[in-house]
Design a protein around this ligand. Structure first.
Ligand SMILES: Cc1cc2nc3c(=O)[nH]c(=O)nc-3n(C[C@H](O)[C@H](O)[C@H](O)COP(=O)(O)OP(=O)(O)OC[C@H]3O[C@@H](n4cnc5c(N)ncnc54)[C@H](O)[C@@H]3O)c2cc1C
Length: 458
């Protein structure tokens, strides 16, 4: 086990802040400490800051992964008090104020005075993790690229198939979960089939592809309310998306899904390409915190933090963003951004002598929520205002451009959107064998390595 490189004489004197995660929460916490007299060590298991709301556009070939995942160290280049460290945090020791992270077989221990934990959430398969192999979720760049490969290669295989039953299976795309991500994915697969790929095949007609959006709940976009849910559903149906509600997916395999309807009957959908956007589960680091303290977790594994976003008995350990459960704060980018800024403001005031026991509680400012359905159509809910259509779509466009990190990223994204939304083309339809198969192979290698290790140990 190797320790971090020795601290400099200057950094020894300074308050050490360790931030876990380079997502919306972690990055904003680190950035808000730019002028503070602290050393910030941001440890994350990816080298980039990921703008998750646009992952579905990477998966459907509208934009490239680089446009939504700028390198964190480049973003923080000018912030001299911040150091970006690549590593998978495996242990948080609250008592001894240390964080352990791993990078390619090396272990590093980083001490802290204040800790900001923003490790986000992963996909939840509600206890059926084996579904993941056949229905990837949408949480990472790897997920999006793998899905792009699966979607496009289903069309390619259908073009070569002379078996009508197999062709039908290949041209049936299922999206599980009718929340914002599911709605966006279903809409974009339909547009890809109906517009971008139209006329590009000779044996199949891509516009005949079936896109099915399923949910166990009785409505589309439940967090956005009945009216907007109905609007989004109507638009999707107009585009040919089949919406199946009260439909509980009970099994997923290579060839399709098993669905149980509200009346208890079970049926099968043959579908080669499946997307899972049905549930989230907070980072397993939350469980470690619960094991060390009296803090509770909710059903999604989120840490039930105190009103100042800290863990009981540990006022120097903040948990923010998708990892934290705070009543009234949704698992959305704004919750994480505002949480990150709040933690930084507490750190800064306390460096100036403020008492941690007298912190103002975290207050979330609801800026609203939006989801796109297709080009020129979105739904938006901002305070009491609920609206849909082209105005909501433009509002969505502007807002996402504002929040994308980096000027160059904004320009290239705008250019890609112009190509896709004004014309029919998409600039990112490249699929590589690595995208389609590498992750499965890596997982198999990891399983083999683990078996070899356990056999050697026994
Ligand atoms: C497909 C999709 C679409 C979305 N659309 C919207 C939207 O339209 N609007 C909206 O407001 N919100 C949206 N969200 C939600 C929003 O993206 C999240 O609420 C937000 O990203 C949460 O920020 P976070 O910092 O808590 O976590 P994340 O942004 O997930 O960041 C977590 C960070 O922690 C790192 N990490 C995780 N585990 C470890 C570990 N063990 N060691 C080291 N690092 C670790 C990760 O690499 C990452 O850098 C969407 C989410 C998804 C998945």
């Amino acid at each position: 086990m190797s320790a971090q490189p020795p601290a400099t004489a200057e950094s020894k004197r300074r308050h050490q802040v360790v931030v876990i995660g380079s997502g919306f929460g972690g990055l904003n916490a680190a950035k808000a400490l730019k002028h503070a007299d602290v050393d910030v060590k941001l440890i994350a298991k990816t080298t980039h800051h990921l703008f998750q709301p646009l992952l579905y556009q990477v998966a459907t070939g509208i934009i490239s992964e680089g446009e939504i995942a700028p390198a964190t160290r480049v973003i923080l280049r000018r912030q001299k008090n911040a150091q970006v460290l690549l590593g998978d945090v495996t242990k948080i020791d609250l008592k001894n104020q240390k964080v352990t992270s791993e990078l390619l077989g090396h272990t590093y221990v980083t001490p802290y005075d204040t800790l900001v934990i923003a490790a986000g959430a992963g996909q939840s398969y509600f206890g059926n993790d084996h579904f993941a192999e056949f229905a990837p979720g949408m949480k990472t760049i790897d997920d999006a690229l793998e899905l792009r490969a699966r979607i496009l290669s289903a069309f390619e295989q259908a073009e070569r198939s002379s078996d009508p039953i197999r062709r039908e299976k290949l041209l049936t795309f299922t999206v599980v979960g009718a929340g914002p991500t599911g709605v966006e994915m279903a809409g974009q697969i339909a547009e890809l089939a109906d517009h971008t790929l139209e006329g590009t095949f000779r044996h199949i007609d891509s516009t005949k592809a079936r896109v099915i959006l399923l949910d166990a709940a009785p409505s589309v976009l439940p967090p956005m309310g009945e009216k907007l849910g109905r609007k989004a559903a109507a638009r999707l149906e107009k585009m040919g998306v089949e919406i199946q509600l009260n439909a509980m997916v009970t099994n997923v395999d290579r060839n399709g899904l098993t669905v149980r309807d509200a009346d208890g009957t079970t049926r099968r959908i043959e579908s080669a390409c499946k997307v899972w956007s049905a549930g989230v589960s907070a980072s397993p680091l939350g469980k470690q915190l619960a094991d060390q303290t009296s803090v509770e977790l909710d059903r999604a594994g989120r840490v039930k933090v105190l009103p100042d976003l800290t863990i009981p008995g540990h006022p120097n350990a903040f948990v923010i963003g998708d990892m934290a459960y705070v009543d009234g704060v949704p698992g959305m980018a704004q919750g994480a951004i505002q949480g990150g800024k709040y933690a930084a403001s507490c750190i800064k005031s306390e460096l100036k002598g403020a008492d941690p026991n007298e912190r103002e509680p975290f207050q979330y400012f609801d800026k609203g929520s939006m989801a796109t359905v297709s080009r020129y159509s979105a739904v938006a809910k901002i305070g009491p205002l609920e609206f849909g259509g082209i105005i909501a779509w433009f509002a969505w466009l502007v807002l996402h451009l504002v929040y994308l990190v980096g000027f160059k990223t904004k320009i290239t994204t705008l250019l890609s959107w112009t190509v896709t939304f004004i014309g029919r083309n998409r600039g990112q339809l490249t699929v590589t064998e690595q995208q389609a198969f590498a992750r499965t192979r890596i997982e198999q290698l990891e399983e083999i390595a683990a078996t070899v290790q356990s056999e050697a140990a026994s």
